[in-house]
Write a protein that binds this ligand. Sequence first.
Ligand SMILES: NC(=O)c1ccc[n+]([C@@H]2O[C@H](COP(=O)([O-])OP(=O)(O)OC[C@H]3O[C@@H](n4cnc5c(N)ncnc54)[C@H](OP(=O)(O)O)[C@@H]3O)[C@@H](O)[C@H]2O)c1
Length: 375
Amino acid sequence: MATERILLTGATGYVGGTFLDRFVKSEDPTIKALIIDALTRTDEVEQKLKEAYGNRINTIRWAGLTDLEFIEKTAANYDIVVNVGSGFIADGAKAFVKGLARRVKPKAPAPWILHISGCTNLGDKPITGVAHPGRVFDDANSRATYDWCKEEDERTPYPQRTTEIGVLTLADELGVNAVSLNAPAIFGEGTGLFNTQGIIVPVLMRYVVMKGYGFKLNDTANFDWVHVEDLADAYILLVKLILERYDRGIGHIPSGKDGIIHPSVGRVLHTEILERCLDVCFADGVLPREDTPREKRIVQKGLQEIADEVAAGMLDLAESGWAGNKAMTGTVLPRLGWKPRHLEEAWAKDFHDELKALKENRRGYVFDSCVGTKA
Ligand SMILES: NC(=O)c1ccc[n+]([C@@H]2O[C@H](COP(=O)([O-])OP(=O)(O)OC[C@H]3O[C@@H](n4cnc5c(N)ncnc54)[C@H](OP(=O)(O)O)[C@@H]3O)[C@@H](O)[C@H]2O)c1
């Protein structure tokens, strides 16, 4: 029986919940032998996790990502931290790295943090700043991505990017291994016990159903995409590599300033997402309504209005998300053995699933939790 334990953040989240569920249900012998320690914030969550996952899970109560002393002390007990909760609180994420650094010893493999971040870090600023049409960040040259993100964050700080750069920079300084999966739009129903909905497609579908039309800020905004189960499996793969390889993944999995990698499977324009939403709504008959356009329409909107209506009031998130070019190419994870199973067909089906979920009242907004501002 393995004695190693994994520390997890985000067990109640879309990504973290799916990771945990797939981890516990994995038939892989290495994974089956592990216990997950999940950082949790309420009795209800702890009870539900224990009921579902029994002795495969141990819960540890924390106040959250602002409890820096506790995070540091706790992380010092682990060889692997899977940090897939909110990626927007830099000091909290860096405290995990500081805790792991207490375990760094000469001639012993250093511990790992497997972090999550997102593609809005990479967005250009076609409305308020500089546009970079045609730019694609390629994780075969992830140092260039790190360098651009660092410079951009010095010009215009953005919490999720500040966090990603902060984790990777500090990890290099302190001798901790750190990889960040800079995720694109994540789609599909999560398999966790709590939040099971993504953001991009549900939010855009809801907008279309409520307004009767789609919106755009420009014609160049784009999103890469990945299914939530495939993303969860990428983290499981990384855990396996670290535990099974003679080198503990060091030198094999990119780390630190070279550690931004992209779990990307497909790419679309923002307007194509809206077209698909409109297509399923018109085919289903929920549109048009009496008070909405008779034909499928994508309406040009202003940044402030869209920030207020579909980006929790955050102008930077709205611009990089709904206007930005955020194209990414990911070749590192496939090289490490990642085989995403949800391809074009699953992406197309997701729009039908999302409309159904919305009609069944299974969808709400989740920006608060994702950006770490939920009380
Ligand atoms: N969803 C996407 O499409 C997407 C795309 C690209 C990147 N990402 C990245 O992935 C991260 C996770 O996304 P998600 O969709 O899984 O988010 P989510 O479903 O909203 O879950 C957020 C998780 O973070 C935790 N959390 C929030 N604020 C916290 C705080 N102050 N202290 C401790 N924990 C806190 C929540 O735990 P509690 O229940 O304890 O509040 C929850 O487990 C995002 O922050 C983002 O960086 C997401």
